[in-house]
Design a protein around this ligand. Structure first.
Ligand SMILES: *[C@@H]1O[C@H](CO)[C@@H](O)[C@H](O)[C@H]1NC(C)=O
Ligand SMILES: *[C@@H]1O[C@H](CO)[C@@H](O)[C@H](O)[C@H]1NC(C)=O
Length: 173
C-alpha cells in the first residue's frame, strides 16, 4: 500500500474516533457515484443483544466486471480498525473485507444482479462498533446507492428496541 492511501485510511480512523456520541441510530444516506475506498456510516454501542438492520436500495455500479466480494459493508471496532490498517500496510490483506478482524455484514457478490437488499445482523459481542462500507476497487468502481440503517439493542426479556447506544470508555492502558 502506498503512503497516500495509508494516510487516507488513517484519517478515517481519526474521523471514526471523533464521531459524536450518538443516541438514536436510524439513518438514511445517499451515496452518489462514490469511489472512496472506505465510507464510514455510523457508530453504535452494542450490548450482547445488538441488531443492525441494513436496507440498501437503488444500487448502481459503474462497472459490473469486478470481484464484488471486495465491495460491501462490515462492522468493526476502532481497535480492530487499527489492526486492519496494520494488516493492509504489511500486505497481509489487500482489502479490509478480507480481514478476519472485521465482521462482514454484506458483500455485493451476493446481489447477483439485484439492485437492493435488506439484511439483519445480530451482534452478540458487546462493544462499540462502526458500520463501514469498503470499495476495494476505488479507481475502477463508482457506487451509487440509498442506505437505510438502524442500529439498536434488544432489551432483555421484553425484546423492546433500545436506540440508546451502550456507553464504552476508552481504556487508558
Ligand atoms: C437474529 O435474531 C432474530 C431474532 O432473535 C432471528 O429471527 C434471526 O434469524 C437472527 N438472524 C441471524 C442472521 O442470526
Ligand atoms: C428494513 O426493511 C424491513 C423490511 O421491509 C423493514 O421492516 C425495516 O423497518 C427496514 N429498516 C430500515 C432501517 O429501513
Amino acid at each position: 500500500m502506498d503512503f497516500s492511501s495509508f494516510q487516507f485510511l488513517f484519517s478515517i480512523f481519526l474521523l471514526l474516533s471523533f464521531f459524536p456520541f450518538s443516541f438514536s441510530e436510524i439513518r438514511f444516506s445517499e451515496i452518489r457515484n462514490d469511489d472512496r475506498p472506505i465510507v464510514p456510516f455510523d457508530q453504535f454501542g452494542f450490548t450482547h443483544n445488538g441488531r443492525l438492520e441494513l436496507n440498501v436500495s437503488k444500487i448502481s455500479l459503474s462497472n459490473s466486471n469486478l470481484d464484488l466480494s471486495k465491495v460491501g459493508f462490515f462492522l468493526c471496532t476502532l481497535d480492530s480498525w487499527l489492526h486492519v490498517l496494520q494488516q493492509l500496510e504489511d500486505g497481509e490483506i489487500r482489502c479490509a473485507l478480507q480481514s478476519d478482524l472485521v465482521k462482514s455484514v454484506y458483500t455485493f457478490n451476493s446481489l447477483n444482479g439485484k439492485d437492493s437488499f435488506n439484511t439483519l445482523y445480530n451482534e452478540t459481542d458487546s462493544d462499540q462498533y462502526n458500520l463501514v462500507f469498503a470499495n476495494c476497487h476505488p479507481q475502477q468502481l463508482k457506487v451509487t446507492m440509498d442506505v437505510n440503517s438502524a442500529m439498536y439493542n434488544l432489551d432483555g426479556k421484553s425484546n423492546v428496541r433500545d436506540y440508546l447506544s451502550a456507553v464504552f470508555f476508552i481504556k487508558n492502558d
